[in-house]
Structures are given as structure tokens and as C-alpha cells.
Design a protein around this ligand. Structure first.
Ligand SMILES: *Cc1c(COP(=O)(O)O)cnc(C)c1O
Length: 509
């Protein structure tokens, strides 16, 4: 036997590509097995997460993941897959459970989830024409349609991103480069920020999402280059305060971007977009609307009024893995003028030969900070076209109605205190035992923190926690319900609130 023959007999059999005839057969077998297991796990679990808390998950993972990542004698695809699907599902958060109320993770629709399988099998990418010709058209279509929905005109552009954080990074990047080019004739992307006569800064409030600070750090503006504008009692950015702050900036500082909050992560309120855009235009500053959460209101004829003026912003962040019912990630970055993306397409690569582009062989690597990029547009387009305008509106309005119902029920329960009427789909509340002396608030903070942890350990209810700014300057701990599952019933909400009060009462006895 030759060395070549010997080595060929000693390797394991090769797997067929998923998209081949033999591969599709295997995918079907694997998928059916997985769906079976997912159904069993879901039916056997009483709450949104398996009880036991961090220790139980760590122990379960230690037991089930004890072998090496590259076993010498693997069990084979089906057995490995089914075992791992079972473990993964058993210890996952069940986002379809009505008490999964903590994070901004929507339960995807069936058609969105099935689209993910197709995206995985076809495995297209957006960087070059030959990496995914139709995926490129889908991306352009989804970006154009969403820009229309925001109210942008034909000059608009954008890109689908790996989430709101990346969209916000692209906003700071495009704002920095556009404003430095317009005001100082600098090409920041090419030349960097060294030796600038004025220091670029970003204006935001304390309520601005932390991804903006990161983006400023990455873009060379620095987290310390964020100027915090005083806000109102809720945290809203006031046009008059912004005007005053911009006017009062030292001469060696150049404001490049103002961040407007469109749907605050906690309380859901929206900044005064028409007022802010007027101030920004007057000062020559880029206005970015972070609508990662509040963008959902665009789908609701009833709520979209609150986003009036969003098309006056220079750029917008949307997150369809929050409101949009597609799986993560489905971030979107839109700009009023697509020319703002130009710095990303200046690099000469093997992807942009002039004669190829002239012949129409154009990829989208120049619209993104990524090269290889998943075709997220497919699941977004399928989901939205399947649900339609009324379907999307009903999903968003359903969540909003449920949040209002939940707030009513919180107010009706003596042990619970509501922070404010919901502006979107979050409900902020805390437990407050009547006997408990509030004092300086520390006991209630500790109690509500412990309550949230106990509910997670029991696996009964998943809530988020935050702090609510009070007029007296205190910032007590509040718990947060985030409603993104419109299939939840009012009876289920009642039951969840009863469970919360019951568990809290147990903690105080
Ligand atoms: C969720 C959120 C982000 C971050 O989005 P990711 O998709 O989690 O990266 C940014 N801004 C706001 C207001 C958000 O709610």
C-alpha cells in the first residue's frame, strides 16, 4: 500500500456538504430529531429556565461537556447532535415562555426560525458578488424598504449589522468622518485623529446606551470624549440644554455627534427629535437616533407618531431582533445620505477591481466593518413579508397593550410599586412590603435584588433590574418586565405577578 493510500484509509469518512442531495437528506433527519427533542424539553419544563441557578448549570455543563472538543472516537453526527441539542435546550432560556421577561430577546416566529436553517445551508455572504448574488439584492431591498419606513428619501443608505452596538459604532464612525470632512477638511478614516487642532466629542446623556461609549472609544474619540448633557427628570435630552451645551463648548473642541434616544432601554420614552434636529443642524453636528428598542413603534400606526421627526436624524439604529421577531442578530444601520459610508469603501482590495464593478459584479464589503457577512436580510424579508403590515402592527400593539395591562395589575397589588406608566413595552416596578421601613432605601434595594435572584434560581420568572432616578436624587433598584411576546395572555401576567409577590413575601418572613 502506498503512503497516499494508507493515509486515505486512515481518515474518517468525509461529511457531504449540507446543500448537496445527500447533505439535505441528513439535514432533514437531524432537523426532525432536533425538533422532537426541543418539543420534549419544552413540554417538560415548568418555567422559563431550569431551576437551580448558576451552580446547577455549571454542574450540568461540567458533566455533559467533560470530554474533549476534538474526541478521538466521535459518536457520529446524529448522536452527538441529539445529545447536545437536549443539553443545550434543557439549560437554555425558553423565550416562548410567558415568564421570560428579562431581556430584549424576542421569541422568533416559526418562519423566522426556519429561515435561519436555509441561511445556514446556503451560507451566502455579502462581501463579493460571487459570495451571494441574490443575498446582495435582498440586503439592498431590506435596507431600502426600512429607510422608506423611517421616512428617508432616495439618497438614503445603510447596512444590516450584527446588532445595535455595531450600528451605533457605524454611526459614530460616519458622524466623525462626515463632520471632520465638512468642518475641518480632514479625512479621519485615512489620516487618524493625530494632530487635530480641535478635539472631536460626542454629546449624550446619562441614559445613553453604553454601546455609544464603546463606539467612542473604538473611534478614537474616547469614552472621556463624551460630553454629558444635563437631562430632564426622566433622562430625556432637552433641545434647549443641548443648544446651551453646544454653545458653551471650548473653542478647541469639535462636536461631531449628538445621540438621541428613541425608546430608552428602561422606560421607553423618546427624545424630542424635531427639536434636537433643529439644534444639531444649526450647530453643524450629526444627529444619530438610537432606535434599537423604540424602532418597533415604526410598525404600529398607533405608536409611530411618537417617532415623529426620526427622518430628520442623520442616521438611525434599528434592532429587528428586539421588535421584529427574527432571531439575533438583525441589526440595521441607516443613514439619510448613503455617501456617509464612503470611508469604508476606500481601501483597495481584491474585491473591488474597477472593470468588475463596471460590469456589475459589485459586493457590499464597502458598506460594513465586516468582510464575510451573514445574509441576515433573508430571515428579515421572509418574516416581514409573511406577517405583512397589519401582522407586524398587531405584534407591536399586542406587546404595548400587555405592558399597559401589566402596569394596571402592578398598581392594583398592594405589595408592588409601579415606577411610571409604560411608554413602550417595559414595566418598571419593585416589591415593597408595607411593614418594611423604607429608610434610606437600602433594604428595599437589597430585597428586590434578592427577589430577582430567587426567581431565577427557582426558574419561575426572569426579570431584569435597573435603577430609577427619583426627583430627590436617589436611584433605587427597580425590577423590569420587558414584553416582546404578544402571545402572552392576561391570565399568564396575573399568575406571574402573583408568583413574584408570593416569592417576595417569602423572602421577608
Ligand atoms: C439593545 C440596545 C442597544 C444595543 O444593541 P445590541 O443589538 O444588543 O448590540 C443599543 N441601544 C439601545 C437603546 C438598545 O436598547
Amino acid at each position: 500500500m502506498s503512503i497516499v493510500e494508507q493515509s486515505m484509509t486512515s481518515v474518517a469518512p468525509l461529511e457531504p456538504p449540507a446543500g448537496s442531495a445527500a447533505g439535505l437528506d441528513r439535514v432533514r433527519t437531524l432537523t426532525e430529531a432536533a425538533l422532537e427533542v426541543l418539543g420534549q424539553v419544552s413540554a417538560g419544563r415548568p418555567g422559563p429556565v431550569t431551576a437551580g441557578g448558576p451552580a446547577a448549570v455549571t454542574n450540568a455543563a461540567r458533566a455533559s461537556l467533560s470530554g474533549p472538543l476534538l474526541p478521538e472516537h466521535p459518536a457520529g453526527a446524529l448522536e452527538t447532535f441529539v445529545t447536545m441539542v437536549r443539553d443545550y435546550a434543557t439549560w437554555s432560556v425558553d423565550l416562548s415562555h410567558p415568564a421570560a421577561l428579562a431581556r430584549m430577546q424576542c421569541p422568533p416566529t416559526p418562519v423566522a426560525a426556519a429561515s435561519e436553517l436555509v441561511v445556514g445551508i446556503l451560507n451566502q455572504s455579502l462581501h463579493a458578488w460571487e459570495s451571494g448574488p441574490y443575498a446582495l439584492e435582498l440586503e439592498r431591498y431590506v435596507v431600502r424598504e426600512l429607510a422608506d419606513l423611517v421616512g428617508y428619501g432616495p439618497e438614503a443608505g445603510g447596512t444590516i449589522t450584527a446588532g445595535g452596538s455595531i450600528s451605533n459604532l457605524m454611526a459614530i464612525l460616519t458622524a466623525r468622518d462626515s463632520v471632520l470632512a465638512a468642518r475641518m477638511d480632514r479625512r479621519a478614516f485615512a489620516d487618524g485623529l493625530g494632530a487635530l487642532p480641535r478635539r472631536p466629542v460626542v454629546l449624550a446623556t446619562d441614559a445613553t446606551h453604553f454601546s455609544i461609549g464603546r463606539a467612542a472609544g473604538i473611534c478614537g474619540i474616547g469614552e472621556d470624549g463624551i460630553v454629558r448633557v444635563p437631562s430632564d427628570e426622566l433622562g430625556r435630552l432637552l433641545p434647549a440644554e443641548l443648544d446651551r451645551t453646544l454653545t458653551g463648548l471650548p473653542a478647541d473642541v469639535l462636536p461631531v455627534a449628538v445621540i438621541a434616544c428613541v425608546g430608552a432601554t428602561d422606560q421607553g420614552w423618546v427624545d424630542d427629535l424635531p427639536g434636537l434636529s433643529e439644534v444639531c443642524r444649526r450647530h453643524g453636528v450629526w444627529l444619530h437616533a438610537d432606535a434599537a428598542y423604540g424602532g418597533g413603534a415604526l410598525f404600529s400606526p398607533r405608536l409611530r407618531e411618537r417617532l415623529a421627526g426620526i427622518a430628520e436624524a442623520d442616521s438611525v439604529t434599528l434592532d429587528l431582533h428586539k421588535f421584529g421577531w427574527t432571531a439575533a442578530t438583525s441589526g440595521v444601520f441607516l443613514l439619510r445620505d448613503a455617501a456617509g459610508l464612503a470611508p469604508l469603501s476606500q481601501q483597495t482590495t481584491t474585491l473591488n477591481a474597477g472593470d468588475d464593478a463596471e460590469a456589475g459584479f459589485i459586493g457590499l464589503y464597502g458598506n460594513s466593518v465586516q468582510a464575510t457577512r451573514r445574509a441576515e436580510a433573508f430571515k428579515i424579508a421572509v418574516t416581514m413579508r409573511a406577517l405583512g403590515r397589519d401582522g407586524m402592527a398587531a405584534m407591536v400593539d399586542g406587546c404595548y397593550e400587555l405592558a399597559r395591562y401589566t402596569a394596571d395589575q402592578v398598581e392594583a397589588r398592594p405589595g408592588l410599586e409601579l415606577a411610571a406608566r409604560p411608554a413602550m413595552t417595559t414595566v418598571l416596578f419593585r416589591f415593597r412590603d408595607e411593614d418594611e421601613n423604607d429608610g434610606d432605601g437600602h433594604d428595599l434595594d437589597a430585597l428586590n435584588g434578592a427577589l430577582r435572584r430567587r426567581l431565577m434560581e427557582q426558574g419561575t420568572v426572569l426579570l431584569a433590574r435597573t435603577r430609577v432616578r427619583r426627583p430627590d436624587g436617589t436611584q433605587p433598584v427597580f425590577l423590569k418586565i420587558m414584553i416582546l411576546n404578544p402571545a402572552t395572555t392576561t391570565a399568564q401576567i396575573d399568575h406571574i405577578l402573583d408568583q413574584i409577590v408570593h416569592t417576595a413575601t417569602g423572602l421577608t418572613r
